[in-house]
Design a protein around this ligand. Structure first.
Ligand SMILES: Nc1nc2c(c(=O)[nH]1)N[C@H]1C(S)=C(S)[C@@H](COP(=O)(O)O)O[C@H]1N2
Ligand SMILES: [Mo]
Length: 158
């Protein structure tokens, strides 16, 4: 009986844990075919790409980031008239990026790192990562880092 209770408790707390993660949503707004609200799980069902990228925010560790190309999201949901993407974070930090730049830089809306959903500590549950940058020095990061938006909440097509 004791074991059953322990097992039950473990299952419940595990569920509470996963619910906590998937609760955070990402909103698609602006020049969209229709407004969308994605859970992190919804995003995981869209076309996924895995890219091994040097993470300047975890001591330049190489991490296999998985998620959807920002350009793919644009191609799937933006209206023809849209040309830019505004990425807005939970703390209202935002950047506006031209779609040509987004494509060229292969910007990824990552939700997983090394096979696991990104925690808030890892700047998740959804964050922008950019491949092909190698290792950043502190000076370069201050300049290049502006597009590495973490805690992404809203993606607005302009
Ligand atoms: N959510 C969020 N993402 C953000 C920022 C922020 O304030 N909030 N700052 C940006 C800027 S300007 C830079 S240079 C990089 C690096 O910020 P850090 O050096 O404070 O870590 O993160 C970018 N991403
Ligand atoms: Mo910055």
């Amino acid at each position: 009986m004791k074991y059953i209770i322990i097992a039950l408790f473990a299952t419940l707390s595990l569920n509470a844990y996963s619910v906590k993660y998937s609760k955070q949503k990402v909103y698609l707004k602006g020049k969209v075919k229709e407004e969308k609200t994605f859970t992190i799980e919804d995003i995981s069902k869209l076309p996924q790409t895995t890219l091994t990228i040097n993470d300047p925010y975890s001591k330049n560790k190489e991490i296999a980031f998985e998620g959807i190309y920002l350009s793919k999201l644009f191609d799937l949901y933006a209206k023809k008239s849209a040309t830019k993407i505004e990425v807005i974070a939970i703390n209202d930090y935002k950047v506006i990026i031209d779609i040509d730049f987004v494509r060229r830089e292969k910007m990824l809306l990552a939700i997983k790192g090394d096979g696991k959903y990104l925690s808030v500590r890892e700047k998740g549950p959804a964050r922008i990562v950019i491949p092909g940058k190698g290792k950043f020095g502190e000076g370069t990061l201050a300049k290049e880092g502006v597009n590495w938006v973490w805690f992404v909440r809203t993606i607005k097509f302009l």
